[in-house]
Design a protein. Structure first.
Length: 185
């Protein structure tokens, strides 16, 4: 009986060892294959995201650049020289001219309101501050006029006050917009 047990053990023990070795080798192979497939799927997903991002940039970049262009144009249009030249019809009194200038600034601003989506919050704040400062300059200049003043008198006062301020908020906003646009492109 002992002999039979040893005989059985002689055949089964190597079989068990071969079975266990095969099992662990196959399990290792399957696990490696799963990990490789996961890695491939991850890499494919990353590649797909990169392609989407590149495609998005191709669409968004021109729109953002256009937003910077429009806001630079807005700031240039509300600068004292440009604003006065565009709105001075010659037959207005100072109050009418003041209202025309302020309306023009607000209309220009409202026309470009949606551009804030494409620029930084700081840039937008500088643009809003430039608009408000220009309106304040016009109102301050109008307060220095008397009832009989005409548009030319108001324009002269606006020019005088704007020349006193070396670094206007319009120029600060313009510089910041240009700097921000250069960083993007």
């Amino acid at each position: 009986m002992d002999n039979t047990f040893l005989e059985i053990l002689k055949y089964t023990l190597p079989s068990i060892v071969v079975f266990l070795a095969s099992y662990f080798i196959i399990k290792s192979f399957i696990d490696n294959e799963k990990n490789r497939r996961k890695d491939e799927a991850y890499i494919k997903e990353k590649e797909k995201l990169m392609e989407l991002k590149i495609a998005e940039q191709k669409i968004i970049s021109p729109i953002r650049l256009q937003a910077y262009e429009r806001l630079v144009l807005f700031l240039e249009r509300i600068s004292p020289g440009s604003l006065i030249m565009r709105n001075n019809t010659g037959d207005m009194n100072a109050f009418q001219f003041q209202m025309a200038l302020i309306k023009n600034i607000r209309d220009e601003f409202e026309h470009n309101l949606s551009q804030q989506l494409y620029i930084s919050t700081k840039a937008w704040d500088l643009i809003r501050n430039a608009k408000e400062e220009m309106i304040r300059l016009i109102n301050t200049s109008a307060a220095r006029c008397n009832e009989n003043s005409n548009a030319t008198d108001l324009a002269q006062i606006i020019f005088q006050l704007s020349l006193e301020d070396e670094k206007t908020s319009i120029s600060k906003a313009l510089e910041y917009l240009k700097e921000e646009a250069r960083k993007l492109f």
